[in-house]
Design a protein around this ligand. Structure first.
Ligand code: NAI
Length: 253
């Protein structure tokens, strides 16, 4: 299936996990792909997984830096002439203390990357989509943005913000046929969850958290990528402003 032949997709957080799986799938489905991450090693690894001959641009940057975002978008337009898909996927999770012990600088950092970073990319990319009257934006939120638990206050608030940003941007851009949607992953086996749960030493805790899911297992990045590509594709041409839970049933119970 080559749903993205002739299209240009930007994927942030493309150096690992869900972003890597999405970027590779976009390439397999015919897209030219712009890989954004603050880890060059990660981006090199992602590019090595792509089909030979895929047009790729790699950019090491912080998604929360507006100057860097604007420069990247200029570079993409100069090189490829268009942007069809934006996946705002880069994210960090933080240390999860109770709110009474929360460090404000960490709170700001999490909002900066997860929420403001997504807003900045929409702000700078959307005008190029509006002019062409076509484009699809997919933000990676989280089930934590739908309902929360103890200790995840900054992360949950940032992801609730991403869901609301998705809805407001869909309203702002819908008149120009630019669709904006979000995926809300449940627990997925990536670098992020490995850092939080430390699978090797805290297997029991990880299993307990994993059982908060009707399918009784963690997701894998490719399962979230499949949903991201669906929302970015013409198969979702009448879907905008939605937050799709891809969570093995986590939010069903
Ligand atoms: P990951 O840690 O494997 O990948 C995240 C990537 O984003 C990394 O390559 C990292 O270098 C990059 N990144 C982080 N901050 C950045 C910044 N300021 N600028 C540029 N690059 C930056 O994590 P994962 O799990 O693949 O996360 C992807 C998205 O999925 C995140 O937004 C995360 O919040 C979300 N998510 C993940 C879940 C999970 O269980 N793994 C569950 C729900 C949501």
């Amino acid at each position: 299936m080559k749903r993205f032949k002739g299209r240009v997709a930007i994927v942030t957080g493309a150096g690992s996990g869900i972003g890597q799986a999405s970027a590779v799938r976009f390439a397999q489905e015919g897209a030219s792909v712009v890989l954004v991450d603050w880890s060059d090693v990660g981006l090199a690894g992602t590019e090595s997984l792509m089909p030979e001959g895929t047009p790729v641009m790699r950019r090491v940057m912080d998604v929360a830096d507006e100057t860097a975002v604007a420069e990247l978008v200029d570079a993409v337009i100069s090189t490829f002439g268009q942007i069809d898909v934006l996946c705002n996927n880069a994210g960090i999770s933080g240390s999860h203390p109770p709110i009474t012990e929360q460090d404000v600088a960490e709170w700001r950092k999490i909002l900066d990357v997860n929420l403001i970073g997504s807003m900045l990319f929409i702000k700078h990319v959307a005008p190029y989509m509006q002019v062409r009257k076509q484009g699809a934006i997919v933000n990676t939120a989280s089930v934590a943005g739908i309902r929360s638990g103890a200790g995840g206050n900054a992360y949950s608030a940032s992801k609730a913000g991403v869901i609301n940003l998705t809805q407001t941007a869909a309203c702002d851009l819908g008149g120009d046929n630019v669709r904006v949607n979000a995926v809300c992953p449940g627990l997925v086996e990536t670098g992020m969850t490995q850092r939080i749960f430390d699978y090797a030493r805290e297997q029991e805790k990880a299993h307990k958290l994993g059982s908060r899911c009707e399918l009784r297992r963690y997701g894998v990045p490719e399962e979230i990528a499949a949903a991201i590509l669906f929302l970015a594709s013409n198969d979702a041409s009448y879907i905008t402003g939605q937050a799709l839970a891809v969570d093995g049933g986590n939010t069903a119970s």
